[in-house]
Design a binder for this molecule. Structure first.
Ligand SMILES: [Zn+2]
Length: 144
């Protein structure tokens, strides 16, 4: 079966974001601590992730562990558009090899869903434009 149109996970939609490009927005309320959606996509190894990253401005790859990652640009359900924020309203937890996004606080319909990427495949120099009062200036959290 060939998918013609991307299908979004329940309770979310993708539309232009004030943070960067497209964003993932809630269409339903999510209570604090509840699951929002699984971050789906193609499961790829680290070397493949590095290959796909080359020369790309926007990445839709999220790490599961030090070896595996999920590339949401293939088979993603809309969650690949969740933007980074230094003051996010959601967080991810790896549950038996699956990346699950949970609400960090109550989220209302219309709000953009954001995550702190902490350590993404983006270069450490990539600037953050999340606009949060406590924005740290870069997408990756530099520990040094
Ligand atoms: Zn920021």
């Amino acid at each position: 079966m060939t998918k013609i149109k991307a299908e979004f996970a329940q309770g979310i939609e993708v539309r232009p974001s004030g943070i960067d490009g497209k964003g993932c927005f809630a269409t339903a309320p999510f209570r604090k601590g509840r699951k929002i959606a699984e971050l789906t996509g193609e499961r790829i190894a680290r070397v493949e992730a590095a290959r796909r990253m080359r020369g790309r401005e926007r990445l839709h790859i999220c790490a599961i562990d030090t070896y595996w990652g999920i590339d949401g640009s293939r088979g993603g359900n809309g969650t690949q558009y969740v933007n980074h924020s230094c003051e996010p309203n959601s967080f991810v937890r790896i549950v038996r090899g699956h990346i699950i996004i949970f609400a960090l606080r109550d989220i209302s319909p219309g709000e953009e869903i954001t995550l702190d990427y902490v350590e993404s495949y983006h270069p450490d120099t990539k600037r953050c434009r999340c606009g949060a009062p406590k924005c740290r200036g870069t997408i990756n959290l530099k520990l040094k």
